[in-house]
Design a protein around this ligand. Structure first.
Ligand code: XIL
Length: 313
């Protein structure tokens, strides 16, 4: 049987991919599966392109961690999704504890996004998680200083640095219609009417077994109708531990449901899981008592979820 990426590409998608992270790359059994480009046609660095990692001191850029993953992807003939340029979280302390005025912060955002997008080209999550769940803007150093203008500052710098890179905005809880999805759609409309380049919207898709949003496909179509592509960027489907056969079976159906939505929408470019194995999932350390969210288990053995994905492709 062909791997997930091979089947996804044969069906017209750009890739089926996985997130990974630098500390995992010493695990040779893990890397062997990650490097199989019939399985994964795309990699996302889980952390090493974030602001704290790439610009730890103002104006001093460190590409080491990100480059390790880019080099692996190139070696494996895999695409790359850059992640991310502007996010409220995982910022260096010089940025969060500094008191920058609007002119200074505009230049800081512009330099940061221009530099990292100029360095690594492909697709990029330029704006990450800009909204609260009620659709209002998240209060962070960017919004509080620049208002919503930080979005166009970042996108314009990225597009100037590399016009061919696909520029994305990425968020969670926008997978179903609702106030947060509407806020993102309104932002797309206002950027487009202002002539700011925006190519795609990422549906993170950190879901819970048995609680998959009902209208992912319809919601993807609503975004595509605005003239952007969409991608599933961080898919995992967690459960309250311990896992049982019944939960694993439900998880299989849930993976199938989510992947089917992307497959049904021509404007859905590709799908990325937020690491392929439970061994390195972010879920247990973030959501207490939960885990087993990935299609491969902690021993790098495929779970029923894998067959759910394969069935949908
Ligand atoms: C997570 C990483 O997986 C963790 O290792 C890190 O400690 C925190 O960030 N949304 C995002 C990702 O856009 O960057 C987050 O990644 C998961 C939620």
């Amino acid at each position: 049987i062909a791997g997930l990426n091979a089947v996804a590409q044969a069906a017209g998608k750009k890739y089926f991919g996985s997130a990974t992270d630098n500390p995992e790359l010493t695990d040779t059994a893990y890397v062997a599966i990650l490097s199989d480009n019939t399985q994964f046609g795309q990699l996302t660095p889980g952390n090493s392109m974030k602001w704290y990692a790439t610009e730890p001191e103002q104006g001093t850029f460190d590409f080491t961690g990100g480059q390790q993953i880019v080099s692996l992807a190139q070696q494996n003939k895999q695409l790359m999704r850059g992640h991310n340029c502007v996010w409220y979280n995982e910022l260096p302390s010089w940025l969060t504890s500094g008191t920058f005025n609007a002119t200074e912060l505009t230049s800081i955002v512009s330099t940061h996004c221009g530099t990292i997008v100029g360095h690594w080209k492909d697709s990029w999550d330029i704006i990450n998680e800009p909204f609260n769940d009620d659709g209002t803007w998240r209060s962070d150093v960017f919004y509080n200083t620049l208002g919503s203008d930080f979005v166009s500052v970042a996108l314009n710098a990225a597009s100037a640095a590399d016009p061919s890179t696909k520029l994305y905005m990425n968020d969670y809880n926008i997978e179903n219609p609702g106030v947060k999805a509407t806020a993102m759609q309104n932002l797309v409309k206002s950027l487009k009417s202002a002539g700011v380049k925006i190519d795609g919207i990422g549906f993170e898709s950190h879901f819970i077994v048995g609680e998959i949003p009902a209208d992912i496909q319809q919601n993807m179509e609503a975004f595509v109708a605005l003239g952007v592509e969409v991608s599933i960027t961080e898919l995992d489907i967690r459960m309250t531990l311990p896992s049982t056969d019944a939960l694993l079976e439900q998880q299989k159906q849930d993976y199938q449901t989510v992947i089917s939505a992307c497959m049904a929408v021509e404007g859905c470019a590709g799908m990325t899981i937020w690491d392929y194995t439970d061994k390195y999932s972010w879920v247990p350390s973030t959501f207490s008592g939960q885990g087993a969210a990935c299609p491969w288990d902690e021993n790098l053995v495929k779970k029923p979820a894998y067959d759910g994905i394969a069935a949908a492709l």
